[in-house]
Ligand binder design. Structure first.
Ligand code: NDP
Length: 477
């Protein structure tokens, strides 16, 4: 499969004619290639977007609603094909990819409705004046997304940008470009005018960088690693671009002895190892109240040992392949580091080579015990199927450990004690706190992190506001 750029409604090779290999992480084999574009392709994409903007920005909300809904329907109707493509490209279990394709459609459906409901404010000054706020589309915006939830996160940015009336130059991760290219075709079939969405493939350092540096792309919505986010800020800041950054996490999962343990353990296994632990919201540091520590530990290990790791297309697989060889080596490197830091490996602890998939990138779900809370493996994002487990004796102690990292994306708290739950929710330095659940998402809620986990929020009105420019008009009475 050869992945081309989608510019002005057409599929095109990179201007320089060069391509990159695309790997299937389940086998380690090359199964296609992708356009290895550069700044000239980004310039073409910008030109197409700029040409489309005057008309798209004044397209009535009802019309945008209809087109975005038609895109959602296109995604729904190709759900199985998209899911298979995503699983082959990313390494995730097929059943999980199918769930994510549902969400990709929902993203478009949700923001189609937002286009119809979005409104601005008015502030009356008694007898003196009336102020009203105009919220207009920004222009051409850049959307850059990562490899872990490829279409799910790509659509989460593009849908609100389009709903708010912008035109988009977007870049999927070089590791997972396939479903983004399929989305281009879906958009054309759904009647999205040429140039409104443009997708440029290639490396972050060339295509991503060119989008961020482009003087006329006025806003950047980025999801990815904290180091890349810092770099993007340093480029976009002096150009006074609007920037939304959804970055890494090192999320605490706090289990009190009074928790509903069946639910806590079942959900913790999911929140630790879903998508091979490659979800920014995965809980990677499990803290358990000391009186329940040994029983929670044994139950978690027993559940994890039951999980089937291997062929992502097999219906019973719970943990598929790690996305790429470099990331696989990075995660294995962290497991070795944890051993050097004094961790005891309770289960997993290394690579797996399932029969028939010996060239793929598999890592056994790993639980580590005995690390100090400030060990590197407890402070740095590993982004793989690796968690640590640590006992605690008091609310103060667990709060200090939970807040100790540079990250502040999400936390989960398991307790029946309402007051404690609310107090912790207020004191945890995170953008999202789940009480007795995980990844329960309402698309209207603000989504994002504090500290090194990001700047700004996505979701609902926050996303619509990000993708609009605000002007106050004051009329004297
Ligand atoms: P990266 O930061 O490596 O890449 C993200 C995207 O940015 C990719 O498309 C990448 O391209 C591109 N990119 C790389 N360098 C540049 C550059 N100089 N300028 C512009 N774009 C660039 O992240 P990963 O893909 O490795 O994704 C994993 C990370 O994403 C994790 O840290 C995870 O926590 C975070 N994440 C955060 C979420 C959140 O909502 N907070 C959600 C999901 C993931 P290429 O792939 O071609 O290098």
């Amino acid at each position: 499969m050869n992945i081309l750029n989608y510019i002005n409604g057409e599929m095109k090779a990179a201007n320089n004619g060069s391509v990159l290999d695309n790997y299937n992480p389940a086998t380690g084999n090359v199964y296609g290639n992708i356009a290895n574009s550069d700044a000239s392709d980004v310039a073409d994409a910008y030109e197409a977007a700029a040409l489309a903007f005057p008309s798209w920005s004044i397209t009535p909300a009802e019309e945008r609603f209809k087109i975005l809904n038609a895109i959602a329907e296109g995604i729904d109707s190709l759900r199985d094909t998209l899911a298979l493509a995503e699983s082959n490209d990313q390494g995730k279990p097929l059943w999980l990819a199918k769930n994510e394709m549902i969400r990709a459609g929902q993203n478009f459906r949700f923001f189609a409705t937002a286009a119809m409901q979005f409104a601005s404010e008015s502030h009356a000054m008694e007898n003196k004046a009336i102020n009203y706020t105009l919220r207009t589309p920004i222009g051409v915006v850049g959307c850059i997304s990562p490899w872990n939830l490829p279409l799910y996160l790509f659509t989460w940015k593009i849908a609100p940008a389009l709903a708010a009336g912008n035109c988009v130059v977007a870049k999927p991760s070089e590791f997972t470009p396939v479903t983004a290219a399929m989305l281009g075709e879906i958009c054309s079939s759904a009647g999205l005018p040429n140039g409104v969405l443009n997708i440029v493939n290639g490396l972050g350092g060339s295509v991503g960088q060119a989008i961020v540096e482009h003087p006329k792309i006025k806003a950047i919505s980025f999801t990815g690693g904290t180091v890349t986010g810092k770099h993007i800020s340093s480029v976009a800041g002096p150009m006074f671009k609007k920037v939304s950054l959804e970055l890494g996490g090192k999320n605490p999962n706090i289990i009190f002895a009074d928790a509903d343990m069946d639910k806590a353990i079942k959900t913790t296994v999911n929140s630790s190892f879903m998508n091979q632990g490659e979800i920014c919201l995965c809980g990677s540091r499990v803290f358990v109240e000391r009186s329940a520590y040994e029983s929670v530990k044994s139950a978690l290990v027993a559940e994890v040992l039951k999980m089937k790791v291997g062929d992502p297309l097999h219906a019973e697989t719970r943990v598929g392949a790690i996305v790429s060889k470099p990331h696989y080596e990075k995660v294995l490197g962290y497991i070795e580091l944890a051993k050097e830091e004094g961790a005891t490996v309770l289960c997993g602890g290394g690579a797996l080579h399932p029969e028939g998939f010996e060239g793929g990138y598999y890592i056994a779900p790993t639980i580590l015990e005995g690390l100090p809370f400030d060990a590197r493996c407890n402070m740095e994002e590993i982004f793989g199927p690796v968690i640590t487990i640590t006992p605690f004796d008091s609310v103060e102690e667990v709060l200090a450990m939970a807040n100790a990292t540079e990250y502040g994306l999400a936390a989960t708290v398991w307790t029946q004690h309402l007051t404690r739950a609310h107090q912790l929710a207020a004191q945890l330095q995170m953008g999202i706190v789940w009480i007795n659940c995980w990844l329960l998402r309402d698309l209207r809620t603000p989504f994002g992190g504090v500290k090194s986990s990001g700047v700004g929020r996505e979701g609902g009105l926050e996303a619509m506001r990000f993708f609009t420019e605000v002007k106050n008009v004051c009329v004297a009475l």
